[in-house]
Design a binder for this molecule. Structure first.
Ligand code: SAM
Length: 312
């Protein structure tokens, strides 16, 4: 049974021109021309031992929201396409899609953000945009073609790490995508990395793996002692820990699920956690290695992925 309470933050204002200021454009240009090519060389050996192919390794927050959409646009034209945005939350970033003039954008979330969604739809009407925008509350693992038909592109930011059954979500997404369609996803921090519960480490750097290292009672204590108010926790770790909304899988397992469900990785970017790197060689890592002998060291350092997957 879905909770129909409107979770829209009271101070939400939709900003349609996200990422288009001179400062943003300058930063994106420097990222594209200088930073990313430099990182490609500097970090070429980082995560080289993982079982899946990584095309580029970046430090945290390696690509702006608009740059991510441009990245997708390199593989499939967003203009005139039908896009599904899964786990859209408040839809604060929908301006980044609308700028490309897609034919249709559908947003879905498990929770209701009706007032925020209305602001996006009001803007589309007022700006006379050519895009049809709709929102639905529902579980993405249960979506089928009867509701949505076939899509060209499926996008998600900060959702896969929250899917309790990623395999079911991927199966549903695969069936919704047309042949040759693209699924873009960015997700992290991953469960085995620093702050993998989106909560641990908010007090001290060395507590960033508490979700993996503390026993149940000590972790509950830690959680209670550092929980902030509802407004802060709405899209932060506090709420997700309470709901246990995590996939809890290693970076390698994401790729095993992609393979199993038929998705073909076209481009893979990994980002690493500087805070995790800072703890390398300390007793925290000794404990991690002892407690999780089946997990490779890289998994404790790899913060997230940005992937372009294709249905072929
Ligand atoms: C961290 S938020 C990200 C929201 C938004 N994409 C963003 O970038 O700000 C993750 C979102 O995924 C949604 N979510 C998690 N599991 C879901 C599911 N099975 N079906 C639909 N939405 C889901 C959550 O409700 C939440 O709004």
């Amino acid at each position: 049974m879905l909770d129909s309470t409107d979770l829209s933050p009271v101070d939400f204002h939709f900003h349609p021109h996200i990422g288009t200021s001179i400062r943003d454009r300058l930063r994106d240009a420097v990222d594209a021309v200088i930073r990313r090519p430099l990182y490609k060389v500097v970090y070429r050996k980082k995560f080289a031992n993982l079982s899946y192919k990584i095309d580029l390794v970046l430090p945290e927050k390696g690509m702006s929201t608009l740059a991510r959409r441009q990245w997708v646009n390199q593989y499939i034209q967003i203009r005139d396409s039908r896009i599904l945005v899964i786990g859209c939350g408040t839809a604060w970033d929908f301006g980044s899609y609308l700028q490309f003039k897609p034919r249709e954008v559908v947003g879905i979330d498990l929770y209701n953000f009706a007032r925020c969604w209305q602001q996006v739809q009001d803007y589309v009407v007022q700006a006379k945009l050519p895009t049809k925008v709709t929102f639905h509350q529902g579980d993405i693992a249960e979506l089928d073609k009867t509701l949505l038909g076939e899509l060209d592109i499926i996008c998600s930011d900060a959702v896969f790490e929250h899917c309790q059954s990623l395999e079911n979500v991927l199966k549903a997404m695969y069936s919704l995508l047309r042949l040759g369609g693209i699924m873009y996803a960015s997700y992290g921090p991953l469960w085995y990395c620093w702050g993998g519960d989106h909560f641990s480490g908010r007090d001290l750097l060395e507590h960033g793996y508490n979700h993996l290292l503390l026993d149940f009672a000590s972790y509950q204590n830690y959680y209670r002692n550092h929980l902030k108010d509802d407004a802060y926790e709405l899209q932060n770790g506090g709420r997700y820990v309470g709901l246990d909304l995590f996939s809890k899988i290693s970076s390698q397992e994401y790729f095993e699920f992609y393979k199993k469900t038929g998705f073909h990785p076209i481009s893979v970017v990994a980002d690493f956690s500087a805070r995790a790197d800072a703890l390398l060689g300390t007793s925290v890592f000794d404990k991690l290695i002892k407690r999780f002998p089946h997990i490779t060291l890289d998994e404790f350092l790899l913060k997230g992925h940005l992937v372009i997957l294709k249905k072929i």
